[in-house]
Design a protein around this ligand. Structure first.
Ligand SMILES: Cc1ncc(COP(=O)(O)O)c(C=O)c1O
Length: 396
């Protein structure tokens, strides 16, 4: 697995995962093919033994389909590049990547502190799995003073997400990483939102988890996750858990994800430019009470965003100054924003947020207004604004 070098990531993404030249003809297709196989064949036992010896020395070498082939290796190197990581471990979804991080670093009797703004299904992992294995979880605001109150002698890990799911609350990752170091905690963060322009590992975080399902693939047609680390010891724990649990993704999904990754920077910058335009336009609307979008100068986390991020994307939440019934009508009236849970694809999406998912959450306050999540995709921004305008007119 490679670490980033001096040339730009965009250049790396265009030249990664190229097919090697045929030794006889000197010709090659451009992209590395999807290397579908369960079994790896060896010319003879000496070849097998040679490979096994190299593997023992820690070389990433392919001996069986489950641990991935060259297509998987190429995708791992892309995750490493994007996250300036030494190691990347692939998982079949973002949620599977989160699970891998928890199961790799925690054991019976351990305690983990989870930021209350983290992706909701982490609570299901806790309820359905961690609790059965004697791992305790506490949820709290992700600020050092509050986390400190939740520390126990058994606390082993701090798990956060920045910005938080739903309200996009920016966290002070360097301060949290320093706190984690001082208290001997492994710190993990979900960096699905920031892949490509926010670098938790460079900010001092130990473990970065990404749902490649979103922007990395970018085409709303596969599920994918990855866990990245730089530390050799953490990598060894991930490696053995990944293998023991039989984590594996299809070569075709890896291939599609590589194809998506080549245009990640372009898609991100277009989506961010349109997102900011939409957010600024919405801010002027009398129907909008508050916009949660870190790249917007009025957002509560804007200064942290400016300090720690090199870009943005098209995801935002808006609190509407209207009734829940009107918010439903607003969502139903939109024609270019599909109603769906995901984001990061080419197409714009909208969702009426279930308020139960926000409770308890101090960042929200006591407002009774409804929350709508918008994902601004790659359609022309003027058409998206016109669509929002007609939906606002419908309920005004
Ligand atoms: C921030 C975040 N993390 C993780 C996930 C889980 O990804 P997946 O749907 O691939 O399991 C999601 C999905 O919405 C997400 O938004």
């Amino acid at each position: 697995m490679s670490q980033s070098s001096k040339r730009h990531t965009n250049t790396f993404l265009q030249h990664a995962a190229m097919a090697p030249f045929d030794e006889v003809t000197g010709a090659a297709p451009v992209p590395l093919p999807s290397m579908r196989t369960s079994t790896v064949r060896f010319r003879n036992l000496e070849a097998l033994e040679g490979v096994a010896a190299q593997k023992k020395e820690g070389k990433r070498i392919f001996t069986y389909g489950r641990s991935g082939m060259d297509t998987h290796g190429a995708l791992e190197s892309i995750f490493c590049e994007l996250e300036t990581a030494k190691y990347a471990y692939l998982a079949s979804s973002g949620m599977a990547a989160i699970t891998l991080a928890f199961l790799s670093f925690l054991k019976q009797g351990d305690h983990v502190i989870v930021a209350d703004c983290s992706y909701g299904p982490v609570r299901r992992l806790d309820a359905a799995v961690l609790s059965r294995f004697g791992i305790k979880v506490s949820y709290c605001r992700a600020v050092p003073d509050v986390i400190k109150q939740n520390l126990t002698p058994q606390t082993r890990m701090l798990y956060v997400e920045s910005p938080g799911s739903l309200l996009l609350e920016m966290l002070d990752l360097p301060a949290l990483a320093q706190f984690a170091t001082e208290h001997n905690l492994i710190m993990a963060t979900d960096n699905t939102w920031g892949l490509g322009f926010y670098n938790p590992l460079e900010l001092g975080v130990d473990v970065s988890v990404v749902a490649g399902t979103k922007y990395l693939n970018g085409h709303s047609d596969l599920l994918l996750g990855a866990v990245m680390v730089n530390n050799d010891e953490l990598a060894a724990q991930l490696d053995s858990t990944h293998y023991a649990l039989g984590y594996s993704i299809s070569a075709d999904d890896a291939w599609l994800a590589i194809r998506g990754a080549r245009t990640l920077p372009l898609r991100l910058s277009q989506s961010a430019e349109s997102g900011l335009k939409v957010a600024k336009w919405l801010r002027e609307s009398p129907i909008v009470d508050k916009i949660y979008y870190p790249a917007l100068d009025s957002d509560d986390g804007h200064l942290l965003w400016k300090r720690d991020c090199k870009g943005s994307n098209g995801l935002m939440s808006i609190r509407l100054k209207t009734s829940h019934k009107n918010a439903r009508n607003f969502v139903n009236s939109l024609k270019l924003f599909g109603i769906g849970f995901s984001w990061g694809g080419f197409e714009s999406l909208v969702q009426l947020v279930d308020k139960a998912a926000l409770v308890p959450h101090e960042y929200w306050g006591n407002s009774d207004y409804p929350l709508v999540r918008l994902y601004v995709g790659l359609e022309h921004v003027d058409d998206l604004i016109a669509d929002l305008q007609q939906a606002i007119t419908t309920i005004s």
